[in-house]
Design a protein around this ligand. Structure first.
Ligand code: PMP
Ligand code: GLN
Length: 386
């Protein structure tokens, strides 16, 4: 008998526990190598930890200003301008958030109303749809083309209507490990020009682009930047997913609405960490070297698994590598991922969970943000699976 006897009508009837929690728990229970949920198994820099400690000892332990510590907002504005050329005013156009998840939720809550449509590309990171639905909006899905996960812009044009309020893009893309091109951004520009459509650009993996590829931030395209919420996450950039620190940059009129929701959702974020990041990010190497750091890991991982029965296209961005297992099994990807965790002691994420209709292309996602020895052990297992 439930303790609450009233009627509870779920606002999110289709939502269960996220796949990241499910697979990480299964990995732990089975003592499996966990390449499922995306997080590093190595520590962040000691210098950064020291800076946080110093700020705590200094007494920077009370509420930060609602939009974030000014020094950090200034540093973020400088990084964006340096890398992509667009100027954001740190006072009015940048807000520090408790992770990118909060930033995404807040942006959607701030602009999406009952009946508004939001274009979402699938496979899609799993926090977009629930936020749209809670806001009363309707996700309109466009599937990325197979096997390269490219965007069919004609298909996008077909689903656009006067009800389209927002388009969500994500580059580098989780879960596919692909990136958008300059041409993609131009297509997006063409399609949205002369409309009221806004863009949410999830760029949390902005510093992880490989093989001399270029990260196509909306901030490289003035017309796109003018209608976009640009979101990035320190969790990825400085190897601190557990700190839940991220930021949003957007034109003032969008940011004003964003902050109205932000101030009542979290008000402000962790103070000592903001001071520490403001100092730490002054050294450009702390984010610029991420590219080669993760490219090395990707290269190591794919070299080690090259003799396995999995097939793959090299990831061009993020810290994820997709592997196709159709030469090994015709099991459903969810079943196969569970069996690999229990029998072979290696956990991954099945791709079908990122589609509302559970499209299954026999693909699993593996996170290579791991120590050399973890990747070696994982590859040894993967090579034995046949
Ligand atoms: N967007 C994407 C594409 C992600 O992969 C993640 C999680 N890693 C997030 C947003 C959320 O980031 P955060 O941990 O900063 O909330
Ligand atoms: N973004 C991480 C991933 O894709 C997981 C984040 C989470 O657990 N919510 O694996």
């Amino acid at each position: 008998m439930p303790r609450f006897q009233g009627l509870v009508t779920s606002k999110l009837p289709a939502v269960g526990t996220t796949i990241f929690s499910v697979m990480s728990k299964l990995a732990m229970e089975n003592n499996a190598i966990n390449l499922s949920q995306g997080f590093p198994d190595f520590n962040c820099s000691e210098k950064l930890v020291e800076l946080v400690n110093q700020n705590m000892k200094k007494g920077n332990n009370q509420y930060a200003p609602m939009p974030g510590v000014p020094a950090l907002r200034e540093q973020i504005a400088e990084m964006i301008q340096d890398l992509y050329g667009t100027q954001y005013n740190p006072d009015t156009e940048i807000t520090v958030t408790a992770g990118a998840t909060q930033a995404i939720y807040t942006a959607i809550a701030a602009v999406v109303r009952e009946g508004d449509e939001v274009i979402v590309f699938e496979p899609a990171y799993d926090c977009y749809t629930p936020a749209i639905i809670v806001a009363g909006g309707k996700p309109v899905y466009v599937q990325l083309s197979q096997p390269d996960f490219s965007i069919d812009w004609l298909a996008v044009k077909k689903v656009m209507s006067h009800r389209t309020k927002l388009i969500i893009i994500n580059t580098p893309h989780n879960p596919s490990g692909t990136i958008l091109s300059d041409k993609d951004m131009q297509e997006l520009d063409k399609l949205t020009k002369d409309t009221d459509i806004m863009i949410l650009s999830d760029e949390v993996y902005e510093h992880m682009v490989f093989d001399n590829g270029i990260h196509q931030s909306v901030a490289r395209f003035p017309n796109l930047a003018d209608r976009s919420f640009l979101i990035s996450s320190f969790g990825k950039t400085v190897h601190t997913t557990g700190w839940k620190m991220a930021y949003v940059a957007a034109p003032e009129n969008l940011m004003t609405e964003f902050r109205k929701v932000h101030q009542y959702l979290v008000f402000s974020c962790n103070t000592p960490i903001q001071y520490a990041l403001a100092e730490y990010m002054k050294d450009k190497n702390n984010y610029l070297e991420l590219k080669s750091f993760y490219q090395q890991k990707r290269d190591q991982f794919i070299k080690l698994i090259s003799s396995s029965k999995f097939s793959f296209e090299q990831s061009t961005g993020t810290y994820f590598q997709l592997l196709n297992y159709s030469a090994i099994s015709d099991e459903k990807d969810t079943d196969f991922a569970i069996r690999l965790t229990k029998e072979f002691k290696i956990a991954s994420i099945p791709l079908s969970v990122f589609y509302h209709e559970n499209v299954d292309n026999r693909l699993l996602r593996f996170c290579f943000a791991k120590k050399e020895e973890t990747l070696e052990k994982a590859a040894e297992i993967l090579c034995k699976i046949s």
